[in-house]
Every structure is written in C-alpha cells, then in structure tokens.
Write a protein that binds this ligand. Structure first.
Ligand code: MN
Length: 247
C-alpha cells in the first residue's frame, strides 16, 4: 500500500500581535510548524531558519545529495535536520547580539511509507484525527505540563495559566534532542500541527470537532484560525493539516 499525503497550511498574526513569529511547511512528505522565541525580530528569524533546515526532507532521499537512501531512516533524517537548525541558530546568534536567546519550537512529521515519523521540541502540537476521534500525539515541553503531570494543575487550568508559554525545551542553539516517535498511519487519517496560538485558546474537543466536520483541508484550516480569532487570538496562529490517502 502506498500512502500519499496532501497538506495545507495557514499562518495568521492573530488579533493582538503586529508580527508573526510562526512559520510552517506543508509539502508532500514533510509538514512542520515552528513558533519563534526571542522577540522582534529574532523569533521570526529562528522559526524561518528551522523551516529552511527541514524543507529539503520534503524531497525523497534518492533526490537529495549526500543522503544514503539505504541507511538513512526517516527518524535520523528528521533528528539531523533539527540538529542542523540548532547549528544555524547558534551561528546566527553568535554574529548578532540582538538575536541573543532566539529560538524556536519545532514540530514536524515526515511520511515514510505507511508510517509517519514525528519530531517534537517545545509546545507546538501534533494531533491525530482517526475515525472521528482526536488524539494529542505530542507532549508539551512546558513548565505547566510538568505541573499537569504532577497533578498540580488540570489541563484546562494549564491552558489559562499565566506561564503557559514558558517552554522548557526549544531549538535555541544548545544541543537538544527532539522527541521522535513513529506512527503507523492509514487512509483517512488527518494530522494537525499547530502553534500554541491555537491550542491555548481552543480546546481539544473543539479542534477535533472542526477537523472532523470540515473535510476540505484549506477551509478547515481557515475555520481553525477563525475559532482562535473568536477566542481573542492573543498569539500568532498557525495550523498545518495533513490528510493521508491512497494514491
Ligand atoms: Mn506562540
């Protein structure tokens, strides 16, 4: 069985911020979201660097120079691309004091036959909609997630916590290993990658309902942004939708 992936993305500044520090990629093998950290203009630079480091993965390994298709598996390719993003951010930070501290979240998925490899650092999320049910596949690298794990906060309280955006891990020039997992996928699966500008203000059930209701990808992505707007959209909102199907 050969699965193909069809994707779309939308990225919106939201209703409060004047700039958009999120970046996204929606390709045929690769989908990714990066949410920049570090303020003007460093956050924008960092998320763009990360997406550019990942983008070559959208082409099959055989079409990329320096890649050994026989030995380079998708998981190590993704991890290597995140390491490359880290290296480039470290390099950019070293030459420009104004960009000190800049970094980005990275949540990316790569289609590899009948499975997806998912890499994650930070608090941009990956959700799966399968047969009408929504599953959160990534675990936020945030202070409030730690409090949720310890039973101090409920997930709902975490979404409203003033420090909800405090990430404990980011692609920020220091070596950081992304959490990498593999998900066997099937036709009909729909994946959503999104920045916290969506998941902080729209709850999982509402996101799941939107993903299940709006079959047209682009329309669905636009509706997700609309839901964030209806909740005030205090942060940049980015959504990438990937649908798995048969060729
Ligand atoms: Mn954000």
């Amino acid at each position: 069985m050969t699965l193909i992936m069809r994707t779309t993305s939308v990225s919106d500044a939201g209703l409060v911020r004047s700039n958009n520090e999120d970046a996204a990629y929606a390709g045929v093998r690769l989908a990714a979201v990066a949410d920049g950290i570090g303020g003007l203009p460093a956050g924008e630079v960092a998320s763009e660097i990360a997406i550019r480091a990942l983008a070559p993965l959208d082409r099959p390994p055989a079409q990329r120079p320096g890649v050994d298709a026989a030995t380079d598996d998708a998981a190590s390719e993704l991890a290597a691309a995140v390491a490359e993003a880290n290296r480039r951010i470290r390099e950019a930070t070293g030459t420009d004091p104004a960009s000190h501290g800049m970094g980005t979240t990275v949540t990316a998925l790569l289609l590899d036959g009948d499975q997806l490899v998912i890499a994650h650092v930070g608090d941009s999320r990956c959700y799966l909609l399968r047969r009408g049910r929504i599953y959160q596949l990534t675990r936020d690298d945030t202070f409030v997630q730690t409090l949720v794990d310890q039973g101090v906060l409920t997930p709902d309280e975490a979404r409203r916590h003033p420090q909800r955006s405090l990430v404990t891990r980011a692609v920020q020039g220091e070596d950081v290993a992304p959490a990498v997992g593999t998900l066997p996928v099937e036709p009909g699966d729909r994946l959503l990658l999104c920045s916290d500008g969506l998941s902080d203000v729209v709850d999982d059930a509402t996101i799941g309902q939107a993903l299940a209701t709006w079959t047209d990808r682009q329309h669905c992505a636009d509706q997700l942004v609309k839901l964030a707007h209806q909740a005030g959209a205090p942060d940049n909102v980015t959504a990438v939708i990937a649908d798995l199907g048969n060729r």
